[in-house]
Design a protein around this ligand. Sequence first.
Ligand code: HEC
Length: 214
Amino acid sequence: MIRTMKRIAEWCGLSWARFDTALGLLMEASRQRRSWIRRLSLDTPLVPVTAIISFVLWAHLGSHLPIFRSQVHFERGWEQFRAAYRINDFGEDGYFVRAVQNGYNVFNTTPRYAWRFTRKTSVDRISACASCHTPEDMAYGFVNSDRFDARIGRRVSFEERIMRCFAEPMDGFVPTLYDPVVRDLRIFARAVAYHLQLSEGATGAENRPFLRPK
Ligand code: HEC
């Protein structure tokens, strides 16, 4: 080992004594640095606490990443929808209004806001709930849900109706009952049902002549 060191010293053009001193200084410096790092990271909670605070500040103020934001993205027509369906009755802003807005986004632009449950093939012409339904359909579906369905042979919840639509007409993938997509579509339907002042079981036959029995 010493012999190798001496050879290195020769290559560097230094006398062995000088090389030895330089090596000693270097090792001392690295030892000191290591103990400094160890002191900072283990003996004081300063480093983890600073790291957590910086991350939180960055996530909230600096990152601009959608995943760290609670605001919902504005889609075309939201302000008009909000005014027309009196969403402001639920407040200017808040969890419910944001859920309605997210439900609105999912309903109108399903492949973007519920992309995990839709297929991305060019043959998908009908790709959003809004291609087949109106917000009113959702509201009537909502107040008529949780009923016995003779075709299926059991009670079907509103959430299951949504899940079925992902599976059958949309030929996509079924979200779980607890998925925010399903939750917010339900809240969207609730807000529209409130606006229409629908009571449980309202069929809307008076306003929707095509539903009237012939
Ligand atoms: C390709 C057309 C199509 C698309 C797209 C579609 N649905 Fe449907 N939906 C239907 C049909 C058809 C029915 C009636 C099915 C039945 O009665 O068995 C239905 C029924 C429903 C019902 C029950 C309505 C009621 O009166 O009970 C709900 C709720 C519903 N869909 C929600 C959705 C949601 C949410 C989406 C988007 C994720 C969606 N649908 C996408 C065709 C579609």
